[in-house]
Design a protein around this ligand. Structure first.
Ligand SMILES: [Ca+2]
Length: 331
C-alpha cells in the first residue's frame, strides 16, 4: 500500500494547495518526517545584522515600514531585521497560488456537482486509513494523554493530522519567512492577514529561540504536523513532551497542540459530530454535492469546532469520516 499512498500524495498536495489549507504543491515528501530533522530548527537565532536592506526587498518601502513598526511596537533591533529581511526571497509560485487566474471557460451547468465526492477521494483513502492506524499505534501514549488532558476524542486528533499533512509526510518545504514576506508585500487579497502572521512569526521565533530562516511549511505559512499559522502557534501550541520547547514539527507537541486547539474551540468529548439525514428534517443540516446527487447531514456543535480549524463543510466532513474510518479499523 505504500506505493499507492505515495502516488496519491502528489494529488493530495495539489488539492491542499488549491484549497489553500496546506502545502506547497511542488514539494513531495516521500520520507516520513522524523524528529531528528526538527532539531535543526531549534537553534538559537544567529545575529543577523545589516545597516540597511539588501537583496530582493532592498528598495521595498512597505518592508522598510514594516521593520520600523516592528522596532517601535516590539523593540526589535533595526539592524537585526535589516539583516534578516535582506535574506528573504520573493517566491513567484506563492504569488500564483494566492492569485489563481480567473476561470475563463464556459460556465458549467452545475458548477459544484460532485465537488464533495472529488474532495472526499483525496482524504478518505486506504493509505490515509492504514497510515492513520499506524500513527495512532506509534503515538498511543501521547494521543491518550492528549485526549484525557484536553477532553478531545482521540480519532479526531489523528484525523486532523492526517488531512493536514498525511501524518507528517507532507508538511511543506517553503521557508516560512519567504512565504509570509511574499504574501504580505507582493499580494493584495489577504495582505493584511499575512502581515499580522508575519509579525507573529517574528515574535514566535524570538520567544521560542528559532532561527527565523529555518522553519518551513506550506506556501501559506502554516507550520508543522497540524499546520498552525504563527498566531495560532503562539496562542495554542503546547510543549507536550516537556522538553522546554514548543515544536510543532515534533509528533508529541503536535498531538497535544491539536487537542488544545480543539479544546479551546469548544470540543465536547464523547458527543456526536454528524449523521446522514434527509433534506426535509429540521435542525442544522448541511448539503454536500456528491456525484450521484446531494447528501444531507445533520451536524452537531462538534462539527463547527472542526470548521474553526478550516472553515469548510467539506473539510470538516472529511476529518469526521477519516476519524471514523481509522477508529473502526483500529477496533
Ligand atoms: Ca516540546
Amino acid at each position: 500500500m505504500k506505493n499507492t499512498g505515495y502516488k496519491r500524495l502528489s494529488k493530495l498536495a495539489l488539492a491542499l494547495a488549491l484549497t489553500g489549507c496546506a502545502s506547497n504543491p511542488a514539494v513531495k515528501t516521500d520520507v516520513p518526517y522524523t524528529n531528528n530533522s526538527t532539531r535543526t530548527v531549534l537553534k538559537h537565532a544567529p545575529e543577523y545584522q545589516a545597516p540597511g536592506l539588501s537583496g530582493t526587498y532592498a528598495s521595498s518601502l512597505p518592508v522598510q515600514n514594516f521593520i520600523r513598526d516592528m522596532v517601535l511596537k516590539h523593540r526589535f533591533s533595526e539592524s537585526y531585521l535589516n539583516g534578516l529581511f535582506s535574506q528573504a526571497k520573493r517566491l513567484d509560485y506563492v504569488i500564483r497560488l494566492e492569485n489563481p487566474p480567473p476561470y475563463s471557460g464556459p460556465k458549467p451547468a452545475h458548477p459544484k456537482k460532485g465537488s464533495w465526492t472529488r474532495y472526499r477521494q483525496q482524504f478518505i483513502t486506504e493509505a490515509h486509513i492504514t497510515h492513520g492506524v499506524d500513527f495512532w499505534s506509534s503515538n498511543v501514549d501521547a494521543i491518550k494523554k492528549a485526549s484525557i488532558t484536553y477532553g478531545v476524542d482521540p480519532e479526531y486528533i489523528v484525523a486532523i493530522i492526517g488531512v493536514e499533512t498525511f501524518f507528517g509526510r507532507n508538511i511543506g518545504k517553503t521557508r516560512t519567512l519567504d512565504a509570509l514576506t511574499t504574501l504580505s508585500f507582493d499580494t493584495q487579497r489577504r495582505a493584511k492577514f499575512f502581515t499580522t502572521e508575519l509579525e507573529n512569526f517574528l515574535l514566535m521565533t524570538r520567544e521560542e529561540s528559532y532561527d527565523p530562516l529555518k522553519p518551513v511549511g506550506s506556501w501559506a505559512g502554516a507550520m508543522g504536523l497540524g499546520q498552525f499559522m504563527p498566531s495560532s502557534f503562539r496562542k495554542l501550541a503546547v510543549d507536550f513532551n516537556n522538553d522546554g520547547h514548543r515544536n510543532l514539527w515534533d509528533q508529541d507537541d503536535a498531538i497535544g497542540s491539536v487537542a488544545n486547539y480543539f479544546s479551546h474551540s469548544g470540543w465536547q468529548h464523547n458527543m456526536p459530530v454528524a449523521e446522514p439525514t434527509q433534506a426535509d428534517r429540521s435542525g442544522p443540516i448541511i448539503e454536500l454535492s456528491a456525484s450521484n446527487g446531494s447528501e444531507y447531514w445533520h451536524v452537531h456543535p462538534n462539527f463547527k469546532v472542526i470548521k474553526k480549524y478550516n472553515n469548510s463543510d467539506k473539510y470538516a466532513m472529511a476529518v469526521h469520516q477519516l476519524a471514523q474510518a481509522i477508529k473502526q479499523r483500529r477496533l
